[in-house]
Design a protein around this ligand. Structure first.
Ligand SMILES: *[C@@H]1O[C@H](CO)[C@@H](O)[C@H](O)[C@H]1NC(C)=O
Ligand SMILES: *[C@@H]1O[C@H](CO)[C@@H](O)[C@H](O)[C@H]1NC(C)=O
Length: 210
């Protein structure tokens, strides 16, 4: 019989939506966008939410570095397609970890943007796999369940012991942040309100019978 994961982290997240579209907007013309424009940065972040979700690795999370190039094209009856080139940073260390080429298509009818993304990655991938695994092992061996509130706290501080729980919450919420984004609405994870580790029933049973 397969053993289920001993540890489940149940984080309650505070995802903040940023809505745009109220107030005057510059005309949505096709062509090159300024790399510092809100539209370019927003589309690049959506592509990264998608990437972080697909990778599913708390040790390999990436944030946006700089947009290098951004173009938008209207596809009549379908939506707006963004062509992007940008650099990425490691979530924790803020070190540059590679460049991405991505397209983000905001469809008129469906909220979920269609993303295609290819990146280079300069961080040691063996190391990120090992970091993920040692976190997983630590979770399983934890005798006292991990609990925490308000990560980061109101001063922006994250207790080192809770850093993995924070990273796991970012990885886990990436799917939602990608799925719920529209051209005028983007999400970022502001805070983990609380996190609690549960020991699954399967694990208790196997411990009792073993
Ligand atoms: C997004 O903003 C544009 C321009 O401000 C507006 O025309 C459009 O209706 C908005 N879309 C949504 C879904 O709010
Ligand atoms: C990513 O790579 C695939 C396979 O080489 C290619 O088909 C796709 O167009 C690339 N995507 C982007 C956004 O460059």
């Amino acid at each position: 019989m397969q053993r289920r994961s001993a540890a489940r982290l149940v984080p309650l997240l505070l995802l903040l939506p940023l809505a745009w579209g109220a107030g005057p907007e510059p005309p949505r013309a096709d062509g090159e966008l300024q790399v510092s424009s809100r539209r370019a940065g927003q589309a690049a972040r959506v592509a990264l939410h998608y990437l972080n979700y697909r990778q599913g690795s708390p040790s390999a999370l990436r944030a946006l570095g700089q947009v290098r190039k951004a173009t938008v094209k209207t596809i009549p009856g379908i939506g707006h397609k963004y062509y992007l080139q940008f650099t990425t940073e490691d979530y924790k260390s803020s070190q540059n970890v590679g460049t991405c080429l991505a397209t983000v298509l905001y469809l008129k009818r469906k909220p979920r943007p269609a993303v295609n993304i290819n990146c280079t990655y300069t961080k040691d991938q063996k190391q990120t796999r090992e970091d993920d695994y040692s976190f997983y092992k630590k979770l399983r061996q934890q005798t006292k369940p991990i609990t925490g509130n308000d990560i980061p706290d109101s001063y922006g501080h994250i207790e080192p012991a809770l850093e993995p729980a924070w990273a796991l919450a970012v990885a886990g919420s990436s799917y939602l942040m990608w799925e719920k984004s529209t051209e005028n609405l983007s999400y970022f994870m502001a805070q983990v309100k609380n996190v609690k580790q549960w020991v699954s029933e399967a694990e208790i049973k196997s411990a009792l019978s073993g």
